[in-house]
Design a protein around this ligand. Sequence first.
Ligand SMILES: [Zn+2]
Length: 271
Amino acid sequence: MNSQDPSPSSGPAVRPPVVLAAAAHPDDIEFMMAGTLLRLKDAGAQIHLWHLANGCHGTAVHGHDEIVRIRGEEARASAALEGGVSHAPLFDDLAVFYDAPSLARVAAVVRDIRPTIILTHSPRDYMEDHQNTCRLIVTAAFSRGMVNVVTAPPRPVWDASVALYHALPHGLCDQLGRPVAPDLFVNTAPVLERKRAMLACHRSQRDWLDASQGMGAYLEEMVRMGAEVGRMSGRFACAEGWLRHNFLGFCAEGFNPIQDLLKGDCHAQTA
Ligand SMILES: [Zn+2]
């Protein structure tokens, strides 16, 4: 709250923008989205963090229930650093499927949150959990006002505008190894240390990423990717890149709340 907030006598309070970062696994938000999430928070938005899968396969050491508990605690600690609302996962890793029962569960959470801005994976990301998370989130948002789409549990429809933004795929290349260029860059340099602190909460992944994907210094890998996207932007030392989802069915054509909120720290790249 600040001195600009409307008093009760000046009419109904204006709802601040609500941002939902929805990713597949417990550390995906911190790798590719958290910088933008923090910039939007600093611009007055409420932030929600949701990893749809529980991270159960991100280990070579722990059993299923133990690693799910550990990774849940890590994700909640990361969100708590910044006062974000953390939402519980719904699925096991490698069991995120685009089907009607899954969609009903995902749509219930999205209807509860009622986001103005959704940050999610690229539809052309390197693994199926990421792609299916993206598809589920897109349709959950698309169906927000459809009364005959019954969610599980049932939740009321909502029909405000929502803008969807897709992160760059992990490694900045699509599933066929081709580079993906964003059309929007967000300057994340002012929040880099806070983003790094959030990622560092995922301690269980330090050894796992080294063993499974050769990402030994995962904090440095995040910083390196940010610098690479910064170079792509041609103006920021460190950045996250985004591709806007087609506005049809979601909002008016010009609705671009990230640009509106971040102004000069958001740079649109025209093809
Ligand atoms: Zn992931």
